[in-house]
Design a protein around this ligand. Sequence first.
Ligand SMILES: [Zn+2]
Length: 330
Amino acid sequence: MYQIKYSVWDERRFPGFRQKLVQLEQVSKQAFYASHGDPNEEKYIDRVLHYLEDYYVSLFQTKLVSKESYSYVLEQLKKMEVIKLFPKDERKYLAITYRYGLSVNPEPKTLRNLSEEDVAFMIAAHEFGHIINTEWHDKSLRYCNQLYSQTRVQGILQNMGLSDVGYLKDGFCLLDEGISQEVAEILTYDRKKQSRPLSEFRNNIEIFNYQPYKTNFNLYGEFQEPVARFARTLNFLHCSPQDSDDEVLTKLARQAFRGDLLDRIQMELEMKPDKMDNFVILLASLGRIKRSTYEKVGLTPGDRKNIVVNSYLSPLQKITDPYVKSGKSW
Ligand SMILES: [Zn+2]
């Protein structure tokens, strides 16, 4: 029987959460034994469940979730169906979330100044973010089909050499990635009672050629600046050019965890239709970056010879530079 970590999960304030934790343990362990997992690794499922409790508590403590959004976030997390461990011969990836099912690698490695424990929590926290984002993310896929039915939108994508609605959908995937990792980074350092590292320049030669990218993420750093730049153009987030990428991403995450990020984007575009062309260009550029990074690691099949995305950074930079205090960083 799963040992609940916190005593706060009473039915009145957090309906169904305690029961969900117990049920997730049962379902996940059944799946674990059905797949003939190593009995020594069984306890990793409990560890992930403890991280889920930590995650939910920390969302309040860090004020990433407001009082009004407690129950929204709880309802999303309660949709989680199973926690699986990757089999021993398939541990190339850290974790994968497919809709409400989560698969993790139970062999976390140290990373920069993060211990194995920090990394294990960060990876799980990132995936919990995806679970919370699934609802609006699903809706975004339908919205992309709607956008792509417009000849004008198809024309913009064709001009970019991206004649495929999938690039718009992948753009929303990148937002989901940026949000999930920003929250995971905040909570990991909050747990360690340390401040987050300063941004630095790093290289990903296969994707960005020799153009360094700026980030203070420990994982998925390539996504941070493109997603922050995109978010800066959304008026309803009220970003100022003085805001750091972290501050911008935190605003984006708070909106997403209220559940109305997509609604707000749609509303803004309806009220300001002149923003639509740039919106499509930005979203597709994010989508191209996402597609390349996934092709690089083999998560998406594709031509690995054609994954350099520098040409898509230029429009992203040109459109968003007025929203960034220091302008150019690529
Ligand atoms: Zn992810």
